[in-house]
Structures are given as C-alpha cells and as structure tokens.
Design a protein. Structure first.
Length: 186
C-alpha cells in the first residue's frame, strides 16, 4: 500500500518537475507552475428561476459556467444554518468547510459529535443533468419554504436558493446597509 502511494507521488512529481543542465554544469530543477493552480469560484449576483412540478430547476448559466471552469462535478446541498434558504456548495468547497469544522470538534466530546452529525446528515449530493437541471427534494423545498419560484443568490464560493416570496429577508434596508457597511469598513 505504501509502495503504491509512493509510486503515485513520484509519478506526480516526475510530471511536474522539469530539469535541465545549466551553463556552469549544475542541474537546475523547476516546478511546473500549474501544479499548485487553484481555481477560485466567484458566484455573484441574483437570478430568478422556476422549479417544475417535480422540483427540478435549472442552475443559472452564469453559475454553471463557474462550476465547469473549476471542473467541479458534484454539488452538496443543505439547509442554511441561520436562514430559511438552501445552500449549494461545490464539492471542493464543502470538503474544505467540513475539514475546518472537523478540526474544531473533538471526536471524544459527545456534544461535538452531535453537532458534526447534525451538520453532515442534513446534506444531499447534487449532480446536474445534461441540461443543467438538478432536483430539489420536497423535504428541502419545505425546509426553505419554496414553492416554485426561486431566487439564486451568489455568495462568493457558495450559492443560496431562496423562495422568491422571501426576497427581502436576506437583505438589509438600503439606508441601514450604507451605514453598516461604512461602520464595518470605515
């Protein structure tokens, strides 16, 4: 097992390290700059959509494009911890957040185990079909109060799905927004 892991590691290094003999006879090693390339997704804006009678909805094209460029295959959906909306995580973002949560929680603490269990058990793996649609299960639609009209809100590395009837909920009043932002950033 260890032998196989070591061979895989050496194969990756061999493909991504370049060597050449320099002018004075020394061997110069250069790393392929793309080996550590990280694709940063930025989901921005809000887009209205409609779910069909089965709960299928098209992921907006602008968000699909970001996911495709990042070569993400699956998404993870869960009810937001704080708001009555759903959150779509690209699988890599979900894994990063899950790792960060796990680092803060002890496996030997009963309360921590309950928190972790509740957080991970409330998820659904989502794959887009060939048309860019995915299914929002009925229980998730009920949790978020979604009928058919939805609003997708890009939140940087995640996407929120709100009932269009609740579109005022996730936002601050414009006058308050200005003063709160000024206080926060000023």
């Amino acid at each position: 097992m260890i032998y196989k892991l070591l061979l895989n590691f050496l194969e990756i290094i061999a493909k991504n390290v370049w060597g050449k003999v320099g002018k004075s006879g020394e061997f110069v090693v250069t790393l392929n700059p793309n080996i550590f390339k990280s694709v940063k997704m930025r989901f921005l804006g809000n887009i209205e959509a409609k779910a069909d009678s089965k709960g299928r909805v098209f992921l907006p094209a602008v968000f699909r494009k970001e996911i495709q460029q990042a070569e993400e295959v699956r998404l993870v959906m869960r009810k937001d911890v704080f708001e009555d909306c759903l959150v779509l995580f690209p699988e890599s973002v979900w894994n990063q957040r899950l790792d960060a949560l796990r680092q803060r929680l002890s496996e030997w603490n009963a309360v921590h185990q309950r928190i972790y269990r509740q957080y991970v058990s409330g998820v659904e793996i989502v794959a887009l079909d060939a048309n860019g649609r995915f299914l929002i299960p009925k229980r998730y639609m009920q949790m978020a109060g979604i009928n058919q009209d939805v609003m997708f809100i890009g939140m940087g590395d995640t996407i929120e799905i709100w009932s269009r009837e609740k579109t005022a909920v996730p936002f601050v009043e414009p006058a308050d927004f200005r003063s709160q932002l000024e206080q926060l950033m000023g």
